[in-house]
Design a binder for this molecule. Structure first.
Ligand code: FAD
Length: 417
């Protein structure tokens, strides 16, 4: 291995080419900045997180990519069907705007191809460290594989200077690990969960367009499953269970079998006799937050600063929505010469959305039938909007007031006990 130093300069450097990174890069290049996008993996690559909300579809439309995404034959998602404990009740929540169930390898590559076509400089490089002048982040170093004239490959360390570093590194939480952003704090409520997931072929779906929707099967908190169609005959199925179930079962495959057998009888019926199409993936410790997540010359978006729980399928949309808001904050900062006010506004918005999502999820697990009941009642429109990702101005919703009251009285009861 041989290392040498080269220095270049961009307005913004983005770490990670997931949906957050490519979206922020595309917005910034559109505004006339120079952008370097660094990604450590070779694309296309597998990624969990296949069900989108209308928020992602809105940004796709803003990039004029709707026809491109449609040409991939991703199932069109019209909503989410929730099938309750023992399959004794169910309800359906439509989306506000038609969206897709995507194969992430292809979806992320569509966004990356778009970013590159707009002028974003892209390199497959692994970010290693940040450069600082006092408290301000002014660049970073990354390792990149290069080939010599003789055909040998070696890692070259490159240095890049910039005005802003955007961390879009997902669960790698690069700026937190490098001590720039705050430490990664585990979620109190969902940190003991593990998710096991795989793709299956030929599994029974509902007839017609209903079969293209997301299905959530549950029995009780920490025991639920997603069922997301990703082609006309393949579904992504995942089971979320307490971590000790993985220890008891001994392998991801056995944990998956246990979940399919025990979470919900309707899931069991549909999955009977089916085997995964490849590896059963496993992921744990995915619920956390990083505070602070923006500062002088740096800002975190998407999973690089927070992820709660996948049940609402908000992850990709949150990353893309953070990306759009962060690009506005960066442009305002560079125009005004100060990061403070624009980055504070960005952080408040993102925290509000994450807090609302957390409240919805917590309430769902305390009173799971509330949402089905309200879908037939006067709060139907509130529930549809909230579960579609309209979570940044929660005070406008009567449903959120009820949810907050319910959570607060449940907390009071716990304290009194
Ligand atoms: P990512 O998509 O993770 O992209 C980060 C990129 O950064 C990666 O490509 C990575 O290789 C790169 N990177 C990391 N470190 C470095 C480095 N040092 N240098 C360079 N590059 C680096 N979301 C949904 O919307 N719908 C779902 O149905 C859904 N289901 C989920 C199920 C589970 C079990 C989990 C855990 C999550 C789920 N999510 C879902 C969440 C979703 O996967 C994420 O929220 C989403 O991918 C976040 O996007 P991102 O751009 O922030 O990060």
């Amino acid at each position: 291995m041989k290392c040498r130093q080269e220095v270049e300069s961009f307005d913004v450097v983005v770490i990670g080419a997931g949906p957050g990174g490519t979206t922020v890069a595309s917005y910034l290049i559109r505004a006339g900045l120079t952008v370097l996008l660094l990604e450590k993996q070779s694309f296309p690559r597998f990624h969990v997180g296949e069900s989108l909300t209308g928020v992602a579809a809105e940004i796709i439309a803003d990039f004029n990519l709707t026809d491109t995404v449609n040409s991939y034959d991703f199932p069109v998602k019209g909503g989410v069907k929730v099938i309750g404990k023992g399959a004794k009740n169910e309800f359906f929540v439509p989306v506000m705007r038609s969206t897709w169930q995507v194969r992430r390898a292809e979806f992320d590559r569509i966004l990356l191809t778009h970013a590159k076509s707009q002028g974003v400089t892209y390199r497959q490089g692994h970010v290693k460290s940040v450069l600082k002048t006092g408290e301000r982040v002014t660049g970073l170093t990354y390792g990149i594989l290069e080939e010599t004239d003789e055909g040998t490959r070696h890692v070259v360390t490159k240095t890049v200077h910039c005005q802003v570093v955007v961390d879009a590194s997902g669960q790698s939480t690069v700026l937190s690990k490098l001590g720039v952003a705050g430490p990664r704090k585990k979620s109190d409520q969902f940190n003991n969960d593990v998710a096991v997931f795989a793709h299956y072929q030929g599994v029974e779906r509902d007839p017609g367009t209903m079969g293209d929707n997301t299905f959530i099967f549950y029995s009780h908190i920490h025991h639920w499953s997603w069922f997301i169609p990703i082609t006309s005959d393949k579904v992504s199925v995942g089971c979320v269970l307490p971590k000790n179930r993985l220890v008891q079962c001994g392998s991801p495959e056995e944990t998956m079998n246990w979940g399919l057998e025990n979470i919900n009888p309707e899931l069991k019926r549909r999955m009977h006799g089916h085997t995964p199409m490849g590896k059963v993936h496993v992921i744990s410790n995915y619920s956390y937050e990083v505070r602070p997540f923006a500062g002088e010359g740096w800002i975190c978006i998407g999973d690089s600063h927070q992820f709660i729980d996948p049940i609402l399928s908000f992850g990709v949309s949150m990353a893309m929505s953070d990306a759009r808001a962060a690009s506005e904050a960066i442009l305002q900062s560079l125009a005004s010469g100060s990061f403070q006010a624009p980055f504070l506004k960005y952080c408040r918005r993102s925290e509000t959305g994450q807090r609302t999502a957390h409240e919805i999820i917590s309430y769902f697990w305390k009173y799971p039938t509330f949402f089905g009941y309200q879908m037939r009642g006067k709060l139907r429109q509130d529930i549809i909007r909230l579960l579609s990702g309209d979570i940044f101005q929660p005070e406008q919703f009567e449903a959120i007031k009820l949810i907050r009251q319910g959570l607060s009285s449940a907390n009071d009861q716990v304290k009194a006990a």
